[in-house]
Design a protein around this ligand. Structure first.
Ligand code: PLP
Length: 424
């Protein structure tokens, strides 16, 4: 029965029942966390053998004489550029392999544009009213980077096909203060959707008013399939070449959720024109990346049968957690008009839209009963969800049994919050 169709008396009875269950949960003293998209210890164990890959002198000197222990190869090991280039869909020559974090590379790229600018534009710090498009719900740390650098963050609605391209085209075409857009094109954080072919083509064909506008294409979840029917993302690099817009995108990815977040390998890719700017920046920043870690990754990933094989092992651990959450949501929430949730084919998140005005309260109730969730609003610029509706659920980190407990509690709290709202 839909909550919205219940009488006040029925709602009050329901509220009392829910409160009783809530008190019982609270008494259990739970301490669960579904806040951040982190791999579980079991997932991290999958890559433990990586640490044993470099065992002797013969390992660290490559056949071409490159000593991975020493300075040099600012763009990374050629083989690693090839492996990550293939994963991201770009030629190895257009890939720079950096340190352990793609977010770090995104921050650096924005920082470089701020201080030195891109061909055709001045340094972004000299633009009085710089703006950045933020498809929302989206990744809070993306928004944080551009907020930190003083951009006005402009919300663009997310549709099942990706960012609303009518809005993107209109804004980008007319406003030269808009310098870029954040995109997570496959298994988006948090909605889990993959951009449609039409969306990718429209991105490739953009005609921005600012000559130095860039698409920040963060393909963090490009190989993170969870089902036998994975989503397919059209290759933006190819589409931009075809559209005569090769300088438009800058690509990012990492092995954070393939091997170890914090000790993985990150990469960025772009056209020669763009890379010229970024390489100059890196030249002053470092004498070369950690090639031993790159080598370790190459040896390990080859040994386990490549990135797709490693991702199958990851999937075996993660998929049951997503299935459990979806099953519990279906059991507890379906038909009640309390919430709608995504059923992604991959990635790290389930995105829930509770009845408007109820997200903060749901998260607060969960916290009170011992389940930490991503803060309500975090998926929007300035942490302000205009509807107070979206909640990001990250089921990968806790063990399966805890995921189930947390999902049940989430459903209880969402129902309590909606009950309260309807009784206001
Ligand atoms: N990009 C997205 C969309 C993410 O969700 C995350 C982590 O959750 C990152 C980047 C962080 O990547 P890295 O560990 O390579 O810095």
């Amino acid at each position: 029965m839909e909550f919205g169709k219940l009488s006040k008396t029925e709602l009050k009875t329901l509220q009392a029942q829910l409160a009783k269950k809530f008190d019982a949960c609270k008494a259990m003293g739970l301490k669960l966390n579904m806040a951040r998209g982190k791999p579980s210890a079991e997932q991290l164990d999958l890559s433990l053998d990586m640490l044993d890959q470099i065992t002797s002198r013969s390992n660290v000197v490559l056949p071409d004489g490159t000593d991975c222990r020493n300075y040099g190869l600012a763009d990374g090991l050629p083989e690693m550029r090839g492996m990550l280039g293939k994963m991201m869909g770009l030629p190895a020559e257009n890939v720079i392999v950096g340190g352990n974090s793609s977010l770090n590379m995104m921050f650096d790229a924005i920082s470089c544009c701020m201080t030195h600018g891109l061909p055709g534009g001045k340094p972004w710090c000299l633009e009085e009213h710089r703006k950045f498009l933020c498809p929302s719900p989206g990744y809070d740390r993306h928004f944080g980077v551009t907020e930190y650098f003083g951009f006005e963050l402009i919300t663009v609605p997310m549709l099942p096909t990706g960012p609303d391209m009518d809005v993107v085209e209109k804004l980008v075409f007319s406003d030269p203060d808009i310098k870029g857009i954040w995109c997570v094109p496959k298994y988006s954080n948090p909605t889990g959707i993959t951009y449609s072919d039409e969306t990718v083509r429209r991105f490739a064909a953009l005609k921005p008013a600012a000559p130095d506008f860039r698409i920040f294409w963060d393909n963090a979840y490009c190989v993170h399939d969870l089902t036998d029917t994975p989503d397919h993302l059209l290759n933006l690099w190819d589409e931009c070449q075809k559209a005569g817009n090769p300088d438009l995108p800058v690509f990012f990815a990492s092995t954070s959720k393939i091997t170890f977040p914090g000790a993985g390998v990150a990469a960025m890719g772009a056209s020669d024109n763009n890379l010229q700017v970024f390489r100059k920046h890196y030249k002053y920043q470092t004498i070369g990346p950690d090639k031993l870690n790159q080598l370790r990754h190459l040896l390990f990933l080859k040994k386990v049968g490549g990135i797709p094989a490693q991702m199958c092992r990851q999937r075996a651990i993660i998929a049951p957690k997503f299935e459990a959450v979806e099953q519990i949501f279906e059991q507890e929430l379906a038909g009640k008009g309390v919430a709608a949730w995504t059923k992604p084919n991959g990635g790290y998140f389930i995105s829930v839209d509770v009845t408007p005005g109820c997200a903060k309260r749901t998260v607060a109730l969960c916290k009170e009963a011992g389940v930490t969730l991503t803060g309500a609003g975090a998926t929007f610029p300035y942490h302000k969800d205009p509807q107070d509706s979206n909640i990001r659920v990250a089921p990968t980190y806790p063990p399966l049994e805890e995921v189930k407990q947390a999902a049940k509690l989430f459903c209880l709290c969402a129902q309590m919050a909606v009950c309260e709202k309807l009784l206001e």
